[in-house]
Write a new protein. Structure first.
Length: 124
């Protein structure tokens, strides 16, 4: 890794508003294209924060573009949560990042609850 790449990575981390939490298992993500009102499929969150998440293992990943608006149904062992988001980047050819949009205070609390439960189930 070159020094400039490291500086870029560090700068990226400093710009994050919310800490990210790794998702090992226990969450399922159903994704729909908000403009087409069409299901894209089931994926897995790779990491999550109160501000967004990274999606992996979505078969339709190559068809998802930066700027796409998505409706997300996040399911864990205790709850189902509907969120709205926008694709902000493709990290790798088979993962992409989503920023949650227009979150109410109760939705923020609900995402925080999902994160808390993840850590309770995994013991971290």
């Amino acid at each position: 890794m070159s020094i400039s790449h490291f500086e870029t990575s560090a700068s990226w981390q400093e710009r994050r508003r919310y800490p990210r939490y790794f998702v090992g298992s226990g969450l399922t993500l159903a994704i729909e294209d908000a403009s087409l009102r069409e299901s894209i499929g089931l994926g897995e969150p790779d990491d999550i924060s109160v501000g967004g998440l990274r999606v992996r293992n979505l078969p339709a990943c190559p068809n998802v573009r930066v700027g796409d608006r998505l409706e997300l149904l996040l399911l864990d062992r205790e709850d189902a949560l509907t969120l709205h988001g926008e694709v902000v980047h493709h990290a790798t050819p088979d993962t992409f990042g989503v920023r949650f949009n227009d979150m109410s205070p109760s939705e923020r609390v609900a995402v925080g609850g999902v994160i808390d439960r993840l850590h309770r189930y995994t013991g971290t």
